[in-house]
Design a protein around this ligand. Structure first.
Ligand SMILES: *Cc1c(COP(=O)(O)O)cnc(C)c1O
Length: 430
């Protein structure tokens, strides 16, 4: 890890109109006064990033195994990402979708070709795909919902507005995304929801089948549930689901917002399930922190979105799509998908061996660099204690410590994280 501290900081031009700095104390107090009380922030102000490390205003370094909830796949302030943002900002940031820019189509081509290749390799199915750019995961879900409904009503000329999602899912906070998110805590007080959603059980084919009839047009589902608690699908579940959907004329859409782009040890998580989804959507890691999302959808389904049917002002602008191309380029050049698989296996085995005797541990599971440690007792206290020991992790579900480190971590970072988590658990033992 010595190499981390020796990393050269990236030179960044300073802004001539530099706003006055606020102290940590003023920011924490100001949040209580000026922000909607939407987030339960902890009183740390991050000022800098350095690879997998985050540095607070007071200089404290934290190893970031949350990675902005799986957004910072390349870690913080990756030199290529910083250079890409600066370079493209100096050329062109934004123009509307009335015209082309130099990067949206090339990024769409890259995503579609990777999707097509992944589908071919894992399920021996030849498909052609198209992409729609949006700005977030929730907007990806919105686009997916609109797309599958309009496909049935206008391409197939037989409306099938029903959509099946599963309990414990998370698809975002906008209205259709929240309605798709089958967890009461996210919907409470926001009724009426968008109509047409039906909920089944994750990993339970019979419960999904029970919700299907001729009014249902799609099943939308995560491959590994992230916010729900790092829940893995049973072996063979997705193959059976694919077959069921095909037989019933139902589209299968996979929310790969959290699992996508190497996180689970393959570029897309569906590759490990051996299926051809009709559509997937990506966001979190695609921009490395710059907001960009994409729906990647098989061509015949994509025909639902004719001119004027769906759009977003910022979608696919020159800056974000250039950054997306660079993120994919770094993932390729540095072999980060293979590294995620390799380091993920190491993380899981270290968690299992180091936490073996710990009474509070109920389960340890994961796929690639997406791991969960399910605990008894107060999980928030464990996460706070990890922070005290310089490790950032996040809560998933009600009782899972989730580890989603950047894809660039090495064995030293993993050893540090497991040691600090074990320390936090033993601190809270007595
Ligand atoms: C984070 C997440 C979303 C929502 O993304 P936003 O960018 O917050 O709108 C949707 N689906 C999954 C699986 C996610 O993990």
């Amino acid at each position: 890890m010595a190499a981390d501290s020796a990393r050269m900081p990236v030179a960044v031009a300073s802004c001539p109109l530099t706003p006055a700095p606020w102290t940590t104390q003023a920011i924490v107090a100001g949040a209580g006064r000026y922000l909607t009380p939407s987030y339960k922030n902890c009183p740390i102000v991050f000022a800098r990033g350095d690879g997998p490390w985050n540095i607070a205003q007071d200089g404290t370094r934290y190893l970031d195994f949350s990675a902005g909830v799986a957004v910072n796949g390349l870690g913080h302030n990756h030199p290529d990402l910083v250079a890409a943002i600066a370079a493209q900002a100096g050329r062109l940031i934004h123009q509307s979708n009335y015209w082309h820019n130099e990067h949206a189509v090339p990024l769409a081509a890259e995503l579609c070709q990777r999707f097509e290749a992944a589908v071919l390799a894992c399920s021996a199915t030849q498909v052609q795909a198209r992409a729609f750019f949006c700005n977030s995961g929730g907007e990806g879900t919105e686009a997916a919902v609109k797309l599958v409904r309009r496909y049935h009503s206008r391409v197939r000329n037989q409306p099938r507005p029903g959509i099946v999602t599963v309990k414990g899912s998370f698809h975002g906070r906008t209205y259709a995304a929240m309605s798709a998110t089958a967890q009461p805590k996210y919907q409470d007080g926001f009724e009426p929801l968008v109509p047409g959603f039906r909920y089944a059980e994750f990993g339970n084919l019979a419960s999904i089948e029970a919700q299907l009839d001729e009014t249902v047009g799609a099943v939308l589902i995560e491959v590994v549930q992230g916010e729900g608690g790092v829940c893995l699908p049973p072996a063979g579940f997705f193959r059976q689901l694919r077959q069921l959907c095909t037989e019933r004329g139902v589209l299968l859409g996979l929310d790969e917002v959290q699992t996508g782009l190497g996180r689970t040890g393959t570029l897309f998580a569906f590759e490990q399930e051996g299926i051809a989804p009709d559509l997937i959507w990506l966001a979190k890691a695609l921009g490395g922190g710059i907001p960009v999302g994409a729906v990647v959808v098989q061509d015949h389904v994509a025909q639902a979105l004719q001119p004027g049917t769906h759009a977003t002002t910022f979608g696919g602008n020159a800056l974000v799509t250039y950054v997306g191309r660079v993120v994919l380029g770094v993932i390729d050049r540095d072999g980060l998908v293979a590294q995620a698989a390799h380091m993920g296996a190491y993380l899981l085995s270290q968690l299992r061996s180091v936490l073996a005797g710990c009474e509070r541990v109920r389960d340890i599971r994961g796929r690639g660099l997406m791991c969960g440690v399910q605990l008894t007792g107060d999980v928030a206290a464990v996460i706070a204690q990890c922070r005290h020991h310089g490790l950032l992790v996040s809560l998933a579900g009600s009782d899972v410590v989730r580890l989603t480190p950047p894809l660039i971590v090495d064995a030293g970072h993993i050893d540090f994280s497991v040691t600090q988590l074990a320390r936090a658990l033993s601190d809270l033992q007595g």
